[in-house]
Design a protein around this ligand. Sequence first.
Ligand SMILES: *[C@@H]1O[C@H](CO)[C@@H](O)[C@H](O)[C@H]1NC(C)=O
Ligand SMILES: *[C@@H]1O[C@H](CO)[C@@H](O)[C@H](O)[C@H]1NC(C)=O
Ligand SMILES: *[C@@H]1O[C@H](CO)[C@@H](O)[C@H](O)[C@H]1NC(C)=O
Length: 833
Amino acid sequence: MVTFFRKVRMRRNLLVGIGASLLLVCLWLSINPRGVDSSEVAGDRDAAPPAAPAGAGSDGVVNVVVVGATGDLAKKYLWQGFFNLAYEESAQVFHFFAGARSPQEKGEREMKGILSENVSCDRLPESISRKTDNCEQRKAAFGENIPYYNLKKTEDYKTLCGDIQRKMQGVGLREKGRIIYLSVPPFAYADIAASINTECRPLGDACLRVVVEKPFGHDTASAKELSGALKQHLKESEIYRIDHYLGKTGVQSILPFRVTNREKYGELWDQEHIERVEIVMKEALDVKGRISFYDKYGVIRDVMQNHLTEIMALVAMEIPRNLSDSADKLEEKLAVLSQVAPATARQAVIGQYSGYGDEWREEMDRGQDESTNTPTYAAVRLSVSNPRWGAVPFVLVAGKKLDEKLVYVRILFKNTDICATTPDYANEDHACQTKQIIFFIGSSKLPTVAVSKSLPRPAVPVAWTVPGLGEGTNILGYPLSDFYVFSAGAESDPYSSLIRECYHGNQDKFIGTPDLMASWDIWTSLLQEITEVQPRIYLGGKGTGRWLDFKLVKTGLSFIHQVDTEWNAERGQQFALPSMSGISRTFRSDRLFTGDTEETVALLAMHILHSANNAISERGVFHVAFPGGSTPGRLFMYLAMRMRNTFPWTDTHIWFTDERCVTVTSPESNFNLIYTKLLRYVSILYTNIHPMPVQLAKGLCHPDDNGAGIYSAEMGRLLPDSRFDYIVLGVGNDGHIASLFPNPISLYNDKHLVVLTEGSAQMEVRHRMSLSFLMINKARNVAIHVLGEKKQSLVETLRHTHHNNRSKLPVLEVDPSNGELTWFIDHSALLSV
Ligand SMILES: *[C@@H]1O[C@H](CO)[C@@H](O)[C@H](O)[C@H]1NC(C)=O
Ligand SMILES: *[C@@H]1O[C@H](CO)[C@@H](O)[C@H](O)[C@H]1NC(C)=O
Ligand SMILES: *[C@@H]1O[C@H](CO)[C@@H](O)[C@H](O)[C@H]1NC(C)=O
């Protein structure tokens, strides 16, 4: 501990040094306190405190240059942000300049479009008072006066900055400061910084602020290199690394909440009282279309190393002594970040959503036998080695294509109270209930902060309000009535907010170089370790099981639900079987899933589950038809054992693709099979099970009983559009599916939905009832399931038989007219030895 403290102290002294020099530089902008409405008359500004530092008068110009001015980010956020700033700071004279690599005319045209169409008065934040209702006029004026520069070489910067100087002389004002926003890829930073340094520094004591965008490197070494290159040309006080998460209302409310409640919560804010801290960023979207960017980064670099680590620092840092001092805040943030032990693979679980591999192969033009380990989901346990936090796990979780979009920080307190007296729940007695504080980020339907009523009632900053939340709102599964809730204001556009912070010189809202390096030190070794780790594959989306749930174990994390084998069947290479390279991800031009037997079964089960969840969310019900025979037995067991609790059984109807003409108690009965292996284990409604009526008044499958007609009518009555959501088929060595056997070609054209059929003479039970091709091909999804080496020659034949060849293989007639066919073939069936 002694050495630990010494280290921290040394770092601090060093930083105080940096901080002090920071303070001396440009206080120009911070003297105009935010919120003072100076829109009426410029003369108002004379009322500024007389103690204003030299050179901080109101008569200067602030020059703003946006480099990458026509890019997406600028179009979406930056120009709006600067317009908001100019609108709010109406007494300030701004000169704006746009630069990009587009040639002059094209660039001018693009800028015109952006300024007229992508900047809007509707997007002024609520916090900006609209006393004067001349927004449209001011928008027009804003748009008229922004010249465009084609910026490529150093000379171009020289021209631009010469013009900046001239323009000020034209209005007879001196320059107060200069903001240059680099909305360009990081590889361009060094060159541009060099040009800025030689050509674009403002004269005199005006300050320079250069804003840069992430990614700031991909590990410690590259971040160091990138920062080194910037620092050759810019001072630390001039670099504003933007992390837009720090502009979000929820994030910006963490420190004020802690400060306002330092009396009440200060002494609870430690390992003695806090059980754990969860920082969670769940996204529902996937990364399709952006894989060439994403694959280089993955979820840890994309959001954990920056956004989540910064949030963690805001929860864990000491409250700065001087809250109005940026340098002080940065110093405390750095102190805590440098106390976070570097993460290792044991502290993490990682996942990759199941479509990612295919998207990657397509977008990156990779071969079918190649795969990527880039995680799209991760949970990581961090710890802060200091006396306040030593034993508290900080659990950071983030992922793409998860069940919902939700971002929050949850501080869970230890609950040591045990009630011997039953609390008076009716009268809001919250004794002994879970104690937690939750900050929600970016959600309009949830409060900014929720505090359990079993904790002391918090005080909050005056501007905060009590939100009116919808009936039935729950807070991470707890009733709303358990909490004190507060809103810190509507979520404003974070870029707009950070542009304002930059203008005011609040550098603590940005990422300092030491901060950045401390953060990379936390993540770099983990990132190196996991390049060799195969992420767990997850289907993603709502209701696709609990595969990503994890638990705290000793000092690490592990998934709660283990799988027997790594069933990541989408990634060819890991099975280390011979001749894998010949395997493609399509089979007969339809989608193929393969793996060993267990994996193939698991994939089919997941695919069915996924389809069930989709069907239920769209139509409220899921209709599936299962076959009999030997192949589906494993699937039924899998569904029964692994998905007993996660599959939406209550909204599922189970039908049959075919049935043998035997009594239901016969071991040959398909109904009997599915009952024995699946139905008796799961809570499915009896009325949702639809066995084929093979045994009626006149006997087994007697044509006069019209069992086929009865089944057709039942399907017609219950299936939306008379279509199954999902049909599972096995395939016999003779190519038969359901009970549609080779030979009677007439079956192919049968207009009935259910037919009576006859197998070959060798079969024990020749007579069958079966869905027809017509019914099968109407389904939304058909899966053909092929297992075992006995099917190898069949698979070979299928592989080489042309679709139009009306051979004698009924399976080739499966071709859903308006749905999808997917093959699930295990390795032993797929591989020719
Ligand atoms: C810019 O405005 C145009 C026209 O309203 C719109 O189509 C486009 O999506 C906007 N672009 C961005 C990035 O907001
Ligand atoms: C706090 O910081 C502000 C801004 O740097 C400074 O003006 C003020 O004097 C500081 N207050 C104290 C008590 O140090
Ligand atoms: C059709 O299939 C049969 C049996 O598999 C085969 O002998 C024949 O050559 C095939 N014809 C075409 C045109 O593919």
